[in-house]
Ligand binder design. Structure first.
Ligand SMILES: *Cc1c(COP(=O)(O)O)cnc(C)c1O
Length: 446
């Protein structure tokens, strides 16, 4: 497996530099770190920590600027939020109100999307292993599109649709064999990855699909990876291959109504050069424009990542043999990205006094019994006292959704900020929930 891309050998951005690029966050002398009009310290105090906090304003702003970029490029486009990155009901409500549909990858996500009021006609179902039960659920809901990832899956879809007397609108996910130059665990568009069908097989599979009962072929799809920051070249290469395929299919008289361009647009966690939605829209336009077809996008991280933070409190600061450790009350069971992907997250103290105090290198760690439960190494932070609160930035995507109760740590609450308002949109899991559904067999109790 390829090693993660090394970060540039530059100094970490300062608190001020981090905040300047995140307009929904600001540091005030009295109120400390604010999200929109709400002091985050107030949320930490009232709700407790750890806690996820999302900015409705940032979600709306990002959804709008993505749509604007697509429109500006002259594209007829729909945006389907990849809700695997954040499946919170209130977040989906905010994005649904902006006209975003959903890209779902499980029956559970489909259930939540519908509960959030996302119309079935705006839902796409992706994923390499949809079960018969999930396909039945998708057809019963009559969702907009199923993205099929193999010839074998197409047979399953046809059988289920025929059995239900339905027609499935199916796009064929193609693996364009491009290297998106992202972390090995989240690259999906190389030929050795499990996703999609090989480009060389796509035309045959598409033709076969068109002949099967219960299936209406509607187009082709791709998704080449996540957290793509290496510019537009991989996107351009993938879309150029899709364009060629679409033309070949059309030449064979097969219907191609739309192109699903996937997601993957990266964000700047540290100082990565994050591509803009304008650049992505331009790449789509340049490679696919001549087809004159509607396009679909499935962004997740780009929309929700920067909109969220994870609040944590310092349990204690411990001077180890080699390092100063800041032990916080959030852990890898909450935010797993640093231990899973070696991810870098900005860390900002909530107090402006702390944020302007002298800095020293610190290891920021959680209480879980794993050395991997480390959020940051050698991070310049002020000396922190027990009870001081900090925010992990850019935790709105692949944050809460990836959390677990490892070490019997209840799931942290989620809070939505909207202007001067905030509300808990998912309560902290009570300790009793850790026992819920557990059953000790009778023979052990006698
Ligand atoms: C994960 C995923 C996305 C979203 O990826 P982001 O990097 O969050 O934009 C889109 N489409 C598919 C099929 C995915 O699996």
């Amino acid at each position: 497996m390829a090693a993660p891309l090394p970060l540039p050998e530059t100094a970490d951005p300062t608190f001020a530099e981090l905040l300047a690029l995140r307009p929904h966050l600001s540091l005030h002398a009295m109120d400390g770190l604010m999200m929109e009009e709400v002091p985050l310290a107030r949320i930490a105090k009232e709700i407790g920590t750890p806690a996820w906090v999302y900015s409705a304003g940032a979600l709306r702003h990002r959804a709008r600027s993505l749509k604007a970029a697509l429109a500006h490029a002259g594209l007829t486009a729909t945006v389907h939020f990849a809700m695997k990155c954040n499946d919170n009901l209130a977040v989906l409500k905010v994005l649904g109100a902006e006209g975003l549909g959903a890209d779902v990858v499980s029956g559970g996500e489909l259930h939540i999307a519908r509960a959030a009021g996302i119309p079935a006609s705006a839902i796409v179902f992706s994923g390499v292993g949809k079960t018969l039960g999930e396909l039945r659920q998708a057809l019963a809901e009559d969702i907009f599109q199923i993205n099929a990832e193999s010839a074998e899956e197409i047979d399953m879809i046809s059988a289920v649709a025929a059995e239900m007397g339905r027609t499935a609108r199916v796009a064929l996910r193609v693996n364009p064999d491009v290297d998106a130059k992202t972390h090995a665990k989240i690259t999906t568009g190389k030929s050795e990855n499990k996703f999609g069908v090989a480009l060389s097989d796509a035309a045959d599979i598409y033709a076969r699909m068109a002949a099967l009962p219960g299936i209406a072929p509607v187009g082709i799809a791709t998704h080449i990876g996540s957290q793509i920051t290496a510019g537009m070249s991989a996107y351009r290469a993938a879309y150029a291959r899709l364009a060629e395929l679409a033309k070949a299919l059309r030449a064979d008289g097969l219907p191609v109504e739309r192109i699903d361009c996937g997601g993957g647009l990266g964000i700047s966690y540290r100082d990565e050069p994050a591509p803009s939605p304008e650049a992505l829209a331009g790449a789509i336009r340049a490679s696919l424009g001549e087809l004159d077809l509607p396009v679909m996008l499935e962004p997740g991280r780009w929309i929700a990542g920067p909109a969220g933070v994870l609040l944590a409190s310092v349990v204690l600061q411990k001077q180890g043999a080699a390092h100063r450790f800041v032990v916080v009350d959030a852990a890898m069971n909450d935010l797993v990205r640093p231990s899973m992907y070696e991810a870098w997250h900005g860390i900002v103290p909530l107090s402006s006094v702390r944020a302007t105090a002298p800095l020293a290198e610190s290891e920021v760690v959680g209480p879980v019994c794993e050395t991997g439960d480390t959020f940051a190494r050698g991070r310049l932070l002020p000396s922190l006292q027990p009870g001081d609160a900090i925010a992990f930035l850019d935790a709105g995507a692949y944050g809460a959704v990836m959390s677990s109760t490892y070490n019997a740590r209840p799931l942290a609450p989620e809070v939505l900020v909207d202007g001067t308002n905030f509300a808990v949109v998912r309560g902290r899991q009570p300790l009793d929930a850790l026992l819920h559904g557990q059953n000790v067999p009778e023979w052990l109790t006698t």
